[in-house]
Design a protein around this ligand. Sequence first.
Ligand code: NAD
Length: 431
Amino acid sequence: MASLFENTLKRVWEAAKHLDLNPTVLEKLKLALEMTHARLSIRMDDGSIKSFPAWRCRYDDSRGPTKGGIRFHHQVTVDEVEALALMMTIKCALMDLPLGGAKGGVKVDPRGLSNTELERLARAFIRALAHVIGPDRDIPAPDVGTNETTMAWMTDEYSTIVGKKTPEVITGKPVALGGSLGRDDATARGAYYIMRYKADAPGLKHGAQVVAIQGFGNAGQHIAKLLAADGCRIVAVSDSKGAVYAPAGLNIGELLAAKLDGGSVTSMAGSPGVTLISGDALLAVECEILVLAALENMVHKGNAGSIKAGVIVELANGPITPEADEILEAMNIVILPHILANAGGVTVSFYELVQNRQGEQWTLDEVHARLKTTMEKQADAVWAHAQDKNITLRTAAYLLRSRGLPQLWRRFLRTEVRPPALHLQRHPAQR
Ligand code: NAD
């Protein structure tokens, strides 16, 4: 099977076929700007020392400082980090944010570490990579296996190293430490706004209510809450331990309680009307909307054909392989591509950055209103482009990115030198 990075590049290439692009632009996009490898050695609670491999990839900084989450997961690889950094580059461009793309990863199972060990690991990551990150250079955020507490430790460590409070070096912080209101559910909320705004678009099945959700972490839990509050019936949910299915609808409050303290949704099995099913069986349940909110490559050519939903919402990054994409397209399934559908997270991260720089705290209503406007505007652009060129929403989303690129690249290609040190440009919305 092709690697995630190869699959991601393939999509960029596919989209580029619809544009008259200078081949040098694509040549440059083949490689990350910078990949830093580090070894994080920390003292465990029993006094022993353990080492964990870590990476930070800054893929492209043409638009501004690079931005991307840090993942703690036992299967993280350098390939995955590079692919996710490329996806972030495209996502930031699609959302017209003055940011480039990056990603970080530590190969560790965070569930096997105590809280104090996790704190030492988070701080070790920053000590090892403080020379790479910085408010004008590279700004991390949470991802799979990390959360606002991890970001608080990391911000504190960076501030200690540089000798001054620097909240703007990281987003996704707790609100009390400079985080933005509305960042916690921003990823899911961004997708939710698009789903509602585009409910009447061809293929989106206005009034669709029956939903299955793969992955029940930050993104999955918040989309479940938003859709259930909107009257949807969530019939199946999964996490890394398995899936539960209830044709009459699952109780979201009970599912959330089951996830507390490292629990699993599978503990709901046996409750009235709830049965345990396999992760792959979740894909095949009768539903109208399938939300993918777990990890990449979860839908592949081996299981794509079993999907019954008419609409797939990609909250996870790269959850569908290109081969599966072709199968789903032939089945006329509409896919809300991840670089648009989950971009609410980085968009509110950008709002957090702006608030930190301006010393402001926006109200929740203000954050929601800005996010809604941005998601709807970008969704309109993607839909219009798809219709205009008769291409999928995914290809249209990748293409929109390319529109602004040639000028940027032309500027750099003329001199063939890296652009000078970049400072955060003011976003048009701030002017
Ligand atoms: P998370 O760690 O909070 O949750 C991940 C969930 O996926 C967990 O419930 C886990 O049990 C589940 N999972 C893992 N393996 C699985 C499997 N084989 N089958 C079913 N479920 C499985 O992570 P998250 O922050 O919710 O991120 C989920 C996805 O969304 C990732 O691809 C991430 O990159 C993407 N994303 C997240 C954000 C954000 O703001 N959190 C923003 C953009 C994109």
